[in-house]
Design a protein around this ligand. Structure first.
Ligand code: HSE
Length: 295
């Protein structure tokens, strides 16, 4: 038996829609696999009641199929589905690493990115890799049609998860079809600023570079309390705040010293908007970790 822990992730980071992603220190999914003649899946943990165990409908089933690796698969969810924290991607990444090892398929982490992205296609309709890439590789990732680029980073963040549900399909439905040249120029500038910030582990540059005028304003309307939570986080010292992935989670970047105050401010502001929430005080962290039986 093999066990893999794969982290939650935050995709987009405002200016990097469908391209940028980061691995978070917490929460994470844990997937256990054993060889079997056909794939079976059991799911426990956060939001497991909403996740199909039928391999034909589960992201992990798609990964097992893609690697031709039938197995008894147990998924312990730490990342709630429809959270904006890459729930399906964490399971898919963990399964890809585990099954690749279990069947000695010899794929590198980068080669597992498109495999795990197949699972994403099953749940969202699009095989984007901006969540699976950081869950597999860790740090900050840039996923394009040409491949994945990756740098280690450890910028502190607060990921605040309101107790509301926004499906990726719905959130993709509000993405504008077009943008003006001014918006594109601003976005390129912000994305470049963010990238430099990641290479320097600089929360100020990363926060500044998360600004986005194209997708985030539309998506934020799907999150009750978004503006007041964002304002509260910025007042408490956040260097940037945006929608995490497709939402409803929100991501604040910060200096470590302000993390606790920002987490409280975000939870309080959601509370004032009538929404319960939970804040993870964490940092950009490592990708999937493999444990052999007994380790
Ligand atoms: N880039 C994707 C989106 C991530 O924002 O729709 C969610 O899976």
């Amino acid at each position: 038996m093999l066990t893999v822990r794969a982290p939650a992730t935050s995709a987009n980071l405002g200016s990097g829609f469908d391209v940028f992603g980061v691995a978070l220190g917490t929460p994470a999914d844990v997937v256990r696999v054993e060889r079997a003649s056909r794939t079976t899946i059991t799911v426990t943990g956060a939001g497991s009641q909403y996740i199909p165990e039928d391999p034909a409908k589960n992201t992990v089933g798609a990964v097992a199929e893609a690697l031709d690796a039938p197995a008894r698969i147990r998924i312990d969810k730490g990342v709630r589905p429809s959270s904006g924290l890459g729930s399906s991607a964490a399971s898919a990444a963990a399964a890809a690493v585990a099954l690749n090892e279990l069947y000695d398929r010899g794929r590198s982490r980068a080669e597992l990115v498109p495999v795990a992205a197949e699972g994403e296609a099953l749940v969202s309709g699009a095989a984007h890799a901006d969540n699976v890439a950081p869950s597999l590789l860790g740090g900050f990732t840039v996923a394009t049609d040409g491949g994945v680029t990756h740098v280690d980073a450890s910028v502190p963040v607060v990921a605040c998860l309101p107790d509301i549900s926004v499906s990726t399909r719905d959130a993709r439905g509000v993405v504008p079809d077009a943008a003006s040249m001014d918006e594109v120029v601003d976005t390129v500038g912000n994305a470049a600023t963010l990238t430099v910030g990641m290479t320097r582990d600089d929360p100020v540059l990363v926060g500044k570079g998360m600004e986005d005028e194209i997708v985030t304003p539309e998506r934020s309307t799907l999150i009750d309390g978004y503006e007041s939570v964002r304002e509260a986080a910025l007042e408490a010292g956040a260097t940037g705040v945006t929608v995490s992935g497709a939402g409803p989670g929100m991501l604040a970047v910060c200096h470590r010293r302000d993390q606790r105050a920002i987490a409280s401010a975000m939870v309080d502001a959601f509370d004032a908007a009538g929404v319960e929430s939970r804040a993870y005080q964490t940092a950009i962290g490592e990708g999937a970790t493999l444990y052999r039986d007994g380790s």
